[in-house]
Design a protein around this ligand. Structure first.
Ligand code: DCT
Ligand code: MG
Length: 510
């Protein structure tokens, strides 16, 4: 049987139900209509907040349970101005000119006086600009600090490919990779987050002063920044780049199908280069690794945009031959505006097709390419998707869509229309392609998930979990408070469900 939560709250006096009254508190007359208060629970606690809300309401103040645009005064205890601004930023509320950020001492004085008291500097949590000398008629205006404040979540930052802090982010990425090779997840993540936040900055860091107020920069990270500012390089990065284990892992994992486990094994066996591994008769390779060695040179040279476009034509032709109403979208790095990539990712979906049509499409496409002699490798993974399953809580979880990892033979003439078709020898390049087939109702979530970047996706999920009590993955968004799945037709709607400003794909290069 379903019991209402209220029924579990122990004995209580019978009170007539009041329609529309705010929860659990009798309606008080509002005397001061110009003020709409909101009391921050953060660092104050639920009990004290409820107590102060009740007192203030009794005195005729309008106090809201939830933060909304109508709130004019935010009252906080044990929070600095920047604490509150940061919190607002996370809630995705901008400090407007109407919003006052006040210490609880102001509210207590108001309650004591039974009316609003004057707000002075000692109450105000955000230092005001001195407007007296200017002609600005609004002395109450808050400087746009909240807008300048950088969010600790990549999904609240706009990160284009215009990285003006390469010198630092390249260093952090080497260190992160080295920690990944050593399976030190915590340090790896710390350096990835630091790289990500610096990529979003509109300026180059030239002194330690520039790092003030930037989130995700721990002491270790700051030491590296300082060293690079002073010496132009970091001794730790230099040491890693010269480290035999790092160099070997970097080389081994550059082979398609080789991960950390295999690299570890080969390193322990004493291998340091690929040719010895390739020619070793005792080693057993997976089908993926065999293909990885066979097409190694092509696969390590990145895919250009022109090549990606040529592959796109191939994919469209093949898909439309079987499902004319399907939509094919290039996702991954190319959708974010990158000029090169390690593969080309595509998301396929169709509004009209039956489940069986959907399931048959990728096998048919593969079969077609095989007959045309274009298929160098493929691994088809069947869908394990279940409609009503809760989204995965794991930040890096794989999705359940049917997908295919391929290596395609791309003829040079398809790229530059035969302009340089007179080359000697090999007339094609092996290209890694990922095809993902998703049910039509999931397409917005799948598109968001497969557009990346990986850091952007991680932070979207982290934000959903920690700031919104929701679970997001490549299939769905689940609201744990309301216990419902939130439907979305577009990426914009997903951002809106999460209470986030929309971030365009080319701004997701976190
Ligand atoms: N992705 C995912 N689930 C996977 C693999 C990837 O959700 N099993 C997401 C994360 C990023 C995006 O899909 C594309 O993945 P990659 O191709 O690995 O990354 P990329 O940003 O396209 O990088 P590159 O340009 O090197 O291909
Ligand atoms: Mg990619």
């Amino acid at each position: 049987m379903d019991t209402m939560p209220m029924a579990r709250m122990g004995p209580r006096k019978k009170k007539p139900r009041q329609m529309g009254a705010s929860m659990a508190s009798p309606a008080h007359d509002i005397k001061f209509r110009d003020l709409v208060l909101y009391i921050l629970e953060r660092k104050m606690g639920t009990t004290r907040r409820a107590f102060l809300m009740e007192l203030a309401r009794r005195k005729g103040f309008r106090v809201e349970n939830e933060l909304s645009d109508s709130v004019t005064h935010i009252v906080a205890e044990n929070n600095s101005g920047s604490d509150v601004l940061e919190w607002l930023q996370v809630q995705n509320i901008k400090a407007s000119s109407q919003l006052e950020l006040l210490d609880v001492s102001w509210l207590i004085e108001c309650i004591g006086a039974g009316k609003p008291v004057e707000m002075t500097g000692k109450h105000q949590l955000v230092a005001r600009r001195d407007f007296s000398a200017s002609s600005n008629p609004e002395p109450q205006k808050i400087p746009p600090l909240a807008v300048q404040k950088i969010s600790p979540y990549a999904c609240q930052r706009r990160t284009t490919l215009n990285n003006c802090n390469h010198i630092f982010t390249d260093a952090f990425e080497v260190l992160a990779e080295n920690y990944e090779f050593r399976e030190n997840e915590g340090c790896c993540l710390a350096f990835m987050r630091a790289a990500s936040v610096l990529k979003s900055l509109p300026f180059t860091i030239i002194s330690m002063k520039d790092t003030e107020g930037i989130p995700c920069l721990g002491d270790k990270v700051k030491c590296i920044i300082e060293e690079i500012i002073e010496d132009g390089q970091s001794s730790e990065v230099k040491a890693v780049l010269n480290d035999e284990r790092y160099q070997s892992f970097k080389l081994f994992t550059s082979v398609f199908g080789v991960g950390l486990k295999t690299s570890e094994k080969w390193f322990r066996m004493g291998f340091r280069n690929l040719s010895n591994i390739r020619s070793d008769k005792t080693l057993k390779f997976t089908r993926m690794q065999k293909a990885g060695f066979l097409y190694y040179e092509d696969l390590v040279s990145c895919v250009t945009r022109a090549e990606a476009e040529a592959v796109s034509v191939l994919v469209n032709e093949a898909v439309w031959a079987f499902l004319p109403d399907a939509s094919v979208t290039m996702t991954g790095g190319f959708r974010r505006g990158k000029k090169i990539g390690h593969d080309v990712d595509f998301l396929i979906t169709s509004p009209e097709s039956t489940e069986e049509d959907e399931q048959q499409l990728l096998p048919k496409v593969i079969n077609l390419w095989e007959r045309k002699g274009l298929l160098l490798y493929y691994d088809l993974m069947e869908s394990t998707f279940e409609k009503f399953k809760l989204p995965s809580r794991k930040v890096d979880a794989l999705d359940h869509f049917q997908k295919c990892f391929l290596i395609l033979k791309l003829h040079h003439q398809r790229v530059d229309s035969g302009k340089s078709g007179q080359q000697e020898g090999k007339t094609w390049k092996a290209i890694r392609v990922d095809l993902v087939m998703c049910p039509y109702e999931c397409r917005a979530y799948a598109l968001l998930g497969w557009t990346g970047s990986r850091q952007f996706e991680r932070d979207l999920r982290r934000y959903a979990t920690h700031e919104r009590k929701m679970i997001l993955d490549n299939h769905a968004l689940y609201d744990k408070t309301k216990r419902i799945f939130l439907k979305a037709e577009s990426e914009e709607e997903i951002f809106a469900h999460l209470g986030l400003d929309y971030i365009d794909p080319w701004e997701r290069n976190a």
